[in-house]
Design a protein around this ligand. Structure first.
Ligand SMILES: Cc1ncc(COP(=O)(O)O)c(C=O)c1O
Length: 327
């Protein structure tokens, strides 16, 4: 039967699981670590899922109309997903993006005809950063103030838009459940907006309340500061433990995870390099962070023989300008 897709949105999801047999053997682990390879999405990240879901929902509800400009604040991948779909559907697109994310992301968004605005170019956001630091929730509020008078725009708002966790509940969770034949014991994911872990975790726990969900955040040292101006951050991943309540994204369901790890940029890079060297997959920095956390779980004696599914959000090709794969 003919199978010709008519839109990139038809290529999203149904990403494969791969057991990291090389990594497992190298580290003499006795649990199975299984990666969900989100770089198989048409624009190489998990964020294609939410980009399509948020646009589709806004169109159906009449919030997004022909001629409107789609806007978003992102550390990159959501911007790429939205830019691609905006291009395919004919919407103008403008993204507000952290200055320090890898230049590959800017290049891809520009290729799709999207406009990029660095956060430091928006006075309201600069003011917010002086007050609260680079906290992205405060930046979202500042962006709302900055565009308050603008007409014909639609703000996708991945930190609060419920289609973000919902699409993971409807697709990512069921895919993991089906592809493991319901035999997943532990699910590991990084937290940025919280959409992935909240939606996927909720679906898996509804199938089996014994599924353990593990969240990942960066160590405090992995952020750029006056002492560490050249620090490379784990793009897209934000702290949610030991931070003030107002810094926690609305889309993170804090009741969903059973434990959490703090991972440094160097630990994330090292785990990703190991996956490249022993399994032949090139994963991104947050994937490396999630893999490092999965490794800690796999090394626990009580997890011997268990199946640990770890979500790899994007491809290492988006980090070639960083030090990640430079040795
Ligand atoms: C590379 C990368 N990893 C992980 C995440 C975190 O995913 P979520 O926003 O679903 O919590 C993001 C989100 O921006 C990301 O871009």
């Amino acid at each position: 039967m003919e199978k010709i897709n008519q839109s990139i949105t038809e290529l999203i999801g149904r990403t494969p699981l791969l057991q990291l047999n090389g990594y497992i053997k190298e580290h003499r682990l006795e649990a199975d670590i299984i990666g969900k390879l989100e770089y198989f999405n048409p624009n190489q990240s998990v964020k294609d899922r939410i980009a399509a879901a948020m646009i589709d929902d806004a169109e159906k509800k009449g919030k997004l109309k022909k001629g409107d400009t789609i806007i978003e604040l992102t550390s990159g991948n959501t911007g790429i997903g939205l830019a691609a779909i905006a291009a395919a559907k004919g919407y103008p697109f403008r993204v507000y993006i952290q200055d320090q994310v890898s230049k590959e992301r800017f290049q891809v968004i520009h290729a799709f005809g999207g406009k990029t605005v660095k956060l430091t170019e928006v006075p309201e956001i600069v003011e917010s950063m002086e007050k609260y630091g680079a906290d992205f929730i405060e930046c979202v509020k500042a962006l709302e103030r900055a565009v308050a008078d603008e007409k014909n725009i639609w703000f996708a708002d991945q930190t609060r838009n419920k289609e973000n966790p919902n699409i993971h509940y409807k697709t990512t969770g069921p895919e993991i459940w089906q592809d493991t034949d319901g035999k997943v014991d532990i699910f590991v994911a990084c937290v940025g907006t919280g959409g992935t872990i909240s939606g996927t975790g909720r679906y898996l726990k509804e199938q089996n309340p014994n599924v353990k969900v593990i969240a990942v955040q960066p160590t405090p040292e992995s952020f750029v500061s006056d002492e560490r101006p050249d620090q490379e951050e784990i793009t897209g991943v934000h702290p949610f433990e030991n931070v003030e309540e107002r810094f926690i994204p609305a889309n993170l369901d804090r009741s969903i995870y059973d434990g959490w790890y703090e991972v440094s940029t160097e630990q994330a890079y090292q785990a990703a390099r190991d996956a490249a060297a022993h399994d032949g997959i090139l994963i991104g920095a947050s994937s490396g962070a999630a893999l490092w956390a999965a490794h800690q779980e796999a090394a626990k004696p009580e997890n011997k023989g268990k199946k640990i599914v770890v979500l790899f959000p994007d491809t290492g090709l988006r980090y070639l300008s960083t030090h990640m794969y430079k040795e």
